[in-house]
Ligand binder design. Structure first.
Ligand SMILES: NC(=O)c1ccc[n+]([C@@H]2O[C@H](COP(=O)([O-])OP(=O)(O)OC[C@H]3O[C@@H](n4cnc5c(N)ncnc54)[C@H](OP(=O)(O)O)[C@@H]3O)[C@@H](O)[C@H]2O)c1
Length: 275
């Protein structure tokens, strides 16, 4: 058992979100997804990040049930896919996600993407699900400052989180500053650069200096900046490795070295052009 369960951040919904979560994008549905969730819960994770579009909500639910960890101790996130946006469609999509998960509430429901012309109506539906306590917290993903300003201008409830791609190579400083100012917790997705910079010499050097792996250094950097991290792996050894990030710290020099790596590296989709 690691101490991965001990670090949480407060959300303005009143909930506490574990700072480490298992990501399951591109984790194949079926036994692979179930085993990844089981293994993560076994080594101390208490947070799983799925989405309708990942196609593995049913396995996430089965993994949680099979783990023996009580439901209320696991923080479960799923997300509304783009073709389900709009007020009524959102409500129906949420019901379908709950059914696949085999749960009667989720801890966090996110708008996966700021779909133009629909995102405000969809947010209205999330607010209803929040007020009904079927989504204990609600938030957004891939929202940059213009999307957030528009949302805050119309919303009854401020999003609890904004899940964005975030690494030393893509720091989105204006978005993170805006979110902190409004009490919106940042969830860093693809925190391991989707595997794209794991051989970077500076990371290797820092990892060597602190006696950790590059993956652990990347995750620790984000955690020290106050973010939630969502590393994905299907391999038990890496799932465990990625959880060993709360028993060391990066000193000021190491943090500054990583802070200097900004290069605008987007490994997935880029919401910058999304009006
Ligand atoms: N909201 C969104 O739009 C959005 C977009 C992208 C991602 N996400 C979320 O963020 C999660 C993580 O993002 P991601 O999957 O793009 O990328 P990631 O976690 O940055 O990287 C995953 C890759 O790194 C490998 N890996 C994992 N641990 C490792 C370690 N300790 N050492 C070396 N390699 C390691 C994995 O391979 P193995 O599996 O083979 O170990 C996989 O190829 C997703 O699963 C999802 O939950 C959200």
């Amino acid at each position: 058992m690691t101490d991965a369960t001990t670090a949480t951040l407060p959300l303005h919904s009143g909930a506490a979100i574990p700072q480490l979560g298992l990501g399951v994008w591109q984790t194949p549905a079926g036994a692979t997804a179930r085993q990844a969730v089981l293994e993560a819960l076994r080594v101390g994770y208490r947070h799983v990040d799925t989405a309708r579009i990942y196609g593995n909500e049913a396995d996430v639910g089965a993994g949680i049930r099979g783990s023996g960890v009580p439901r209320e101790q696991v923080f479960v996130t799923t997300k509304l896919w783009n073709d389900d946006q709009g007020y009524d469609r959102t409500l129906r999509a949420f019901d379908a996600s709950l059914q696949r998960l085999g749960l009667d509430y989720v801890d966090l429901y996110l708008l996966h993407w700021p779909v133009a012309g629909k995102r405000l109506d969809s947010w209205g539906a999330l607010e209803r699900l929040y007020e009904e306590k079927r989504a204990r917290s609600i938030g957004v993903s891939n929202f940059l400052v213009p999307h957030l300003k528009e949302l805050l201008g119309a919303a009854k409830h401020v999003p609890a989180v904004n899940q964005i791609e975030l690494t030393p190579f893509l720091q989105r400083r204006d978005t993170t500053a805006f979110c902190r100012q409004h009490g919106i917790v940042i969830e860093a997705y693809s925190p391991l650069t989707h595997g794209r910079r794991l051989d970077h010499p500076l990371l290797t050097d820092v990892a060597h200096r602190v006696g950790r792996t590059v993956a652990q250094v990347l995750l620790r950097w984000s955690v020290q900046h106050g973010n939630v991290v969502l590393p994905k792996s299907t391999k038990p050894s890496r799932i465990a490795e990625n959880a060993q990030i709360f028993d060391f710290t990066l000193d000021e020099r190491a943090m500054a070295d990583l802070d200097a790596l900004e290069e605008g590296l987007v490994t997935g989709w880029d919401p910058a052009d999304q009006r």
